[in-house]
Design a protein around this ligand. Structure first.
Ligand SMILES: N[C@@H](CCC(=O)N[C@@H](CS)C(=O)NCC(=O)O)C(=O)O
Length: 209
């Protein structure tokens, strides 16, 4: 395995799915936190001036979903045919669309937009995923059925953040609720989620959650 190093701000944010995937899959990696005062210097060196940054031996990757897809290929979490890979990407693009709406509300409109997001925007996205889950292994396994794929870590981190925002958001969604609990109970994830490393990290960079 190459040497992996994740660099990100001291928050869960867009680093979380990458961390969860590597921890659960037993991938060794180093993690280094970017101090906010060091950020301008590092930012100037990065392809799009954004983090997370993922170093693979001498290579430097940015874009969280690219990093997830790269790890998906490395760890056998990307389906076994081109069509399965396309469905996994399709689901991940759905998670990205929902997550972007969440981030927009968190960073730009928390006070005025939270209610609308929780009562209208989020339920629409979750209902689509509930319907999807019902088509795969009766909703009793992962987003693509019996085998876990990289999108499960991204969907799980999204659900984890939504539960913090609204603890009842999964109440009428039995398949997603059970899916969330199943993922959270995976031994390595469960240990990490309870750890201080995780609980002391803010969900988002502005402290809103
Ligand atoms: N599409 C990018 C978005 C990355 C992004 O927005 N990163 C934020 C932190 S989550 C950032 O680097 N903010 C600091 C800045 O833009 O200067 C990804 O998925 O990695």
């Amino acid at each position: 395995m190459p040497e992996y190093k994740l660099m990100y701000f001291p928050i869960r944010g867009r680093g979380q799915a990458i961390r969860l995937l590597m921890l659960d899959q037993g991938v060794e990696f180093q993690e280094s936190t970017i101090a906010f005062k060091e950020w301008p210097t590092l930012k100037a060196t990065l392809a799009f001036g954004q983090c997370p940054v993922f170093y693979v031996d001498g290579e430097t990757l940015v874009q969280s979903n690219t990093i997830l897809r790269y790890l998906g290929k490395q760890c056998g979490l990307y389906g076994s045919t081109d069509m399965e890979a396309a469905y996994i990407d399709m689901l991940n693009d759905g998670v990205e669309d929902a997550y972007s709406r969440y981030l927009k509300m968190i960073y730009n409109d928390y006070e005025n937009g939270k209610d609308d997001y929780v009562t209208k925007v989020l339920p629409t996205w979750l209902a689509s995923f509930e319907k999807w889950l019902a088509t795969k292994a009766d909703g009793k396994a992962f987003l693509m059925g019996e085998k876990i794929s990289y999108v499960d870590y991204n969907f799980f981190q999204f659900l984890d953040a939504q539960q913090i925002l609204s603890s009842t958001c999964l109440d009428n969604l039995p398949l997603i609720k059970a899916y969330y609990e199943r993922m959270a109970a995976r031994p390595k994830l469960s240990e990490f989620l309870k750890s201080e490393t995780n609980t002391k990290r803010n969900v988002n960079g502005n402290g809103k959650q």
